[in-house]
Design a protein around this ligand. Structure first.
Ligand code: AMP
Length: 125
């Protein structure tokens, strides 16, 4: 079920459990600000999720409440991951589903990185 983007942070969500090491993940990159890992159900040849270490429900929550250092650290981590995956030259897509209409399912901010093939038009109409 898609989530309500205005809900309070639930520390039992699956990505909070991944951050605490309670659930395994296939880590691509980790630093002080972010963790990147392979999506369990990839929608492209390359499909990685990048999440902030802080407890933020979604993009709206993060952009409103995160510190400058958290925002800078997270944005730099997303760029670093895509770069080290070799996706800059062929190109890649970022996606941060936010709330119900976007079908956000996990209530911890995550940016999807998709790549590895021509991705086609932005949305299916
Ligand atoms: P969204 O619809 O933007 O909330 O996307 C949630 C994403 O999390 C989906 O692409 C899922 O396949 C992915 N996902 C859910 N559980 C896990 C997990 N344990 N490890 C990696 N990816 C997951």
């Amino acid at each position: 079920m898609p989530i309500d983007a205005t809900q309070p942070y639930d520390d039992q969500n699956i990505f909070a459990k991944i951050l605490r090491g309670e659930i395994p993940n296939r880590t691509v990159y980790e630093d002080e600000w972010a963790l990147a890992f392979h999506d369990i159900n990839p929608q492209a040849p390359e499909h990685v999720l990048v999440i902030p270490k802080g407890a933020y429900v979604c993009w709206d929550d993060f952009s409103a409440k995160a510190s400058e250092a958290e925002i800078a650290g997270f944005v730099r981590a997303v760029g670093h991951v895509a770069r080290t995956m070799g996706l800059v030259e062929p190109g890649y897509r970022l996606l941060a589903n936010t709330g119900f209409d976007a079908h956000q399912e996990v209530p911890h901010l995550h940016v999807h990185i998709f790549g590895g093939k021509p991705l086609g038009p932005m949305l299916v109409r």
